[in-house]
Design a protein around this ligand. Sequence first.
Ligand code: SF4
Length: 218
Amino acid sequence: MNDRHPAPGNRRREQNPAYGLLQPIFFGYTVNAPLTTAQGIERDTGLWDRGMALLEREFSLLPMERRDELAALLAEVGRLKEELLSLSDAAEGSTICAACGGACCRVGRYHPTPLDLLAFHAAKEIPVVPDFASGVCPFLGPAGCGIAPSKRPFTCVIFICDLIEERLSGDEVTRLHQVEEELRLLREQTATRFGRLLTRSLLLEMERSDRVGDRFLH
Ligand code: SF4
């Protein structure tokens, strides 16, 4: 146990500060250690590709009106994520993260949710491609996170480490809490309206052996 405490965004324990890492706690699941064996890489790549293909197909099959509605909600989610990250950047978040080397990103492969990833389809952009052979987060590159702030996983954007948080003013922390609450609410509303699985980990959902017939979008 270290001296870290739950970040403002950790009220529902999306991260486990006991590790000092951005380690999500997925209730009812066992989170496997990163697999960097050839077999593990192949397995994760296959699960990811199948999940992304399912998402693309389900999104394309939505009636136009619902697709537009979802795209509008995702655009607003993206705007809130950008605002959260810009608050962290104002406290030199990017510099601190670069110097740290992404210690909080070790289990990042489980962070992207269908909701995070649908933002690429809604914006008609090519989705991010993971590198499961890296041994760390498959989205972490030499210049930091390879996912644009507006599409970065929710779990990642709400985590503010102590080094960053202690540089924020009282007003900035208050604003951070407000934006996080707005983001949380909007995600929940979107999941209620479009599918309960949207806020789960894509990779963990694809690992489920009982997910036959389960759809991400309804
Ligand atoms: S997606 Fe980006 S911010 Fe999130 S764990 Fe991976 S590298 Fe870190």
